[in-house]
Write a protein that binds this ligand. Structure first.
Ligand SMILES: *Cc1c(COP(=O)(O)O)cnc(C)c1O
Length: 455
């Protein structure tokens, strides 16, 4: 074993290897030395475990591959061929060209982020967005923060700290990624009072739970699951009425909260912020990067007095939106003002894609790839905790994998290893790729990647 150790090069010797010297020209010498040390340490452990000492050549290669894996900027672009439109793990909503341009402009130099150009004085970053949201939803006032989870936290902290908030048991749920309504309420300092049963809650359940210590009534859109069958939930109007009688604000976490009616696209109706405002909800909130199709953000709107209380709360500073997201959000909202969201916002373009066009696309890919590629009728989903159980008919490019030695898993893995990575789905021992979520400029690359993975 001792001889094994002796065969290992010293850190200095490995650093003088031509490949390491080349690496040190592209990265800092300290960073390369660090990796060299790590790789030699690992080799020492191999030797102490009775293994062979790797050659200097092998060690240099290991350093190079570590450098390649660790020192690339991320997140890297990937091609989403899953057919899940709002894929949280793949970054949710892709942005429109105008939103991208807005980010670039805001990032490149200085901006009037918090500067009133008319008066030459300090302004509010909310000024870029408040009027747009108010106009689009009919709200008196609006506020944007970092994401919807922080919008809920801020609303509860500002309006219900140290007091009780009533929520239906069916809505005290986990949204996903560990966002649990009961936990958020605890963090805000509000006490959760659950009423009703998992499947049925009546307005009388809320009414009976009201005490002098009640601060608000909370409604949460069950966005990522569906209770069906013997169920009941009070109408929004009933909650609003009850809130009025007891002078309690009604807070509504919409989750996805889209500005367009999903029924237009053959889907179930997803609750809209306009409806919440029209129904008289005091405060509603939703995400910027779900069906709105914008950047990560939490959009809050409702009664002026409440919105002002939220914006004055100390937490507002901790959860404030950054200038790049703000720029993209304002550009995204303008698509709705111009009534061009279906054409310009990628999420809506994907929702609205016609089955015949998707079929033509899948067929074109199959022809370019050749056998065993084929096309298959399938289903796309909205994802991102929006419209659970709802699907959109699509056509898939399918690669039957039963005759492939690597199998469907192996083929999926090699697609993920291509540049850029392609993420597909596996369905009955077939690898399937859904054109719905693939952007036009990605098609050629995708076809090449599949050909490469098959060869
Ligand atoms: C998605 C979702 C959230 C969390 O929103 P983020 O923008 O991801 O923070 C909160 N509530 C509901 C109902 C949701 O669907």
């Amino acid at each position: 074993m001792a001889t094994g150790y002796r065969r290992l090069p010293s850190v200095d010797r490995l650093l003088s290897h031509p490949a390491m010297r080349a690496l040190a020209e592209r990265y800092s010498r300290e960073a390369v030395t660090d990796l060299v040390r790590q790789v030699i340490d690992e080799a020492r452990q191999t030797v102490s475990g009775g293994g062979e000492a790797p050659s200097a050549e092998t060690l240099a290669e290991r350093v190079e591959s570590k450098a390649k894996a660790m020192w690339q900027s991320g997140p890297r672009p990937v091609i989403n061929a899953t057919g899940v439109i709002i894929h949280t793990n793949l970054g949710r909503a892709p942005l429109s060209r105008e939103a991208l341009e807005a980010i670039l402009q805001a990032a490149r130099g200085y901006s009037n982020l918090e500067y009133d150009l008319e008066d030459g004085e300090r302004g509010s970053r909310q000024a870029h967005i408040r009027h747009l949201l108010a106009q689009l939803t009919g709200a008196e006032d609006a506020l944007v923060v970092n994401n919807n989870a922080s919008a809920v936290l801020l609303a509860l902290a500002a309006l219900a700290q140290g007091r009780e908030v009533i929520v239906s048991r069916a809505e005290a749920v986990e949204i996903g990624g560990g966002f649990r309504i009961p936990d958020v309420m605890r963090q805000s300092g509000a006490t959760l009072v659950e009423v009703g049963t998992t499947n049925r809650t009546y307005i009388s359940d809320y009414a009976e739970a009201i005490t002098p210590n009640t601060a608000a009534l909370l409604k949460v859109h069950a966005s990522n699951f569906r209770i069906s069958g013997f169920t009941h939930a009070p109408e929004l109007s009933e909650l609003v009425e009850l809130g009025k009688v007891h002078a309690l604000p009604v807070i509504y976490d919409l989750g996805s909260g889209c500005l367009l009616d999903t029924v237009r696209f053959g889907l179930a109706h997803e609750p809209m912020p306009q409806e919440a405002m029209a129904a008289g909800v005091s405060l509603t909130m939703f995400s910027g990067d779900k069906l709105l199709g914008g950047p990560q953000a939490g959009l809050l709107m409702g009664q002026k007095e409440l919105v002002q209380r939220l914006s004055r709360h100390p937490l507002a500073r901790s959860v404030r939106i950054d200038k790049l997201s703000l720029a993209a959000l304002s550009a995204t909202l303008l698509h709705y003002v111009k009534d061009e969201a279906v054409e310009k916002v990628p999420v809506w373009r994907m929702v609205a894609a016609m089955e015949k066009d998707l079929k033509a696309k899948a067929r074109r890919w199959a022809a370019l790839i050749g056998p065993p590629a084929m096309i298959l009728k399938g289903e796309s989903t909205i994802g991102g905790g929006s419209l659970p159980g709802e699907v959109l008919p699509t056509w898939l490019l399918a690669i039957p994998c039963t005759d492939l030695p690597v199998g469907a898993e192996g083929l999926a893995a090699s697609l993920r290893a291509s540049t850029p990575p392609v993420v597909a789905r596996i369905l009955d021992e077939r690898l399937v790729l859904d054109p719905r979520t693939v952007l036009p400029e990605e098609e050629k690359i995708l076809v090449q990647a599949v050909k490469g993975a098959l060869s």
